[in-house]
Design a protein around this ligand. Structure first.
Ligand code: DC
Length: 201
C-alpha cells in the first residue's frame, strides 16, 4: 500500500493515545505519538538544556525513559509555544507521515499544520472533568502522589495554553470527524475511529 495518513488531534487525556494505538494495530499502520517529541524537549529543558537546541538534536534515546509525569507534561506544553521548537520537529513528523504502508500521528496540530492533506482527520475530545479523572487514575496507578484538584487544574491550564497559543493552536481541522469520548467506552470510541477510517479507504 502507498501512503495513507491518519491525523488524530485533541486535548490531553481525551483518549487519543489509546485510540491511535488501537487503530494502528487494526490497520497495520505505524504510529507516532508526537506529544512524546515535545515531552522529550521539555525533559531536556528541565535538565538545563536550551529548548531549540534540544529540539534540533533529539534522538531515539531521548524518547525513552519516564516522560509521562505531570512535570514533564507541563514543560512540554511550555516549549510547545515556541515557533523554533515546532519548526525543528516539523520535518521528522512529515517524513513519518509519508512512509509507505500507512501512518497514524497523534498530537495537537496534525490535521491543521503537520498533515493538512491527511486522508482521515479525527478530533478526539472529552469534558475537562472526565479527562482529569482518567489522568488522575493513571497517575495514581503509577504511584504518583497527586490530588484530583491538582490534576484538574493542570488539565485546564494545559488546555488553555495549548489552544490559545499563536503557533499551531489546538483546534479541530475543518474536515475533522469529532469523537467525544466523555460517555463512550474505549471499545466504542475505537469502533468509531475504525469506521471513520474505513469510510475513506
Ligand atoms: O499529548 P501530550 O500530553 O503528550 O502532549 C504534551 C504537550 O506537548 C502538550 O501539552 C502540547 C504539546 N504538543 C503540541 O504542542 N503539539 C503536538 N502535536 C503534540 C503535543
Amino acid at each position: 500500500m502507498t501512503r495513507f495518513t491518519v491525523a488524530i488531534d485533541g486535548p490531553a487525556a481525551a483518549g487519543k493515545g489509546t485510540i491511535s494505538k488501537a487503530v494502528a494495530a487494526h490497520f497495520g499502520f505505524a504510529h507516532l505519538d508526537t506529544g512524546l517529541l515535545y515531552r522529550a524537549v521539555g525533559a531536556k529543558v528541565l535538565a538545563g538544556g536550551d529548548p531549540v537546541a534540544s529540539a534540533k538534536s533529539l534522538t531515539e534515546q531521548d524518547l525513552q525513559g519516564n516522560l509521562r509525569t505531570q512535570e514533564v507534561a507541563e514543560a512540554a506544553s511550555r516549549v510547545a509555544v515556541l515557533p523554533y521548537v515546532r519548526a525543528a520537529l516539523f520535518e521528522f513528523q512529515r517524513e513519518f507521515a509519508a512512509r509507505d504502508g500507512g501512518a497514524v500521528l497523534d498530537g495537537r496540530d496534525i490535521g491543521t499544520v503537520i498533515c493538512p492533506d491527511a486522508q482521515v482527520k479525527l478530533y478526539v475530545t472529552a469534558s475537562a472533568e472526565v479527562r482529569a479523572e482518567r489522568r488522575y487514575l493513571e497517575l495514581t496507578e503509577n504511584s504518583m502522589d497527586v490530588t484530583r484538584a491538582d490534576v484538574l487544574a493542570d488539565v485546564k491550564a494545559r488546555d488553555k495554553r495549548d489552544s490559545e497559543r499563536a503557533e499551531a493552536p489546538l483546534k479541530p481541522a475543518d474536515d475533522a470527524v469529532i469523537i467525544d469520548t466523555s460517555d463512550l467506552s474505549i471499545g466504542d470510541a475505537v469502533a468509531r475511529a475504525v469506521s471513520a477510517i474505513d469510510a475513506r479507504r
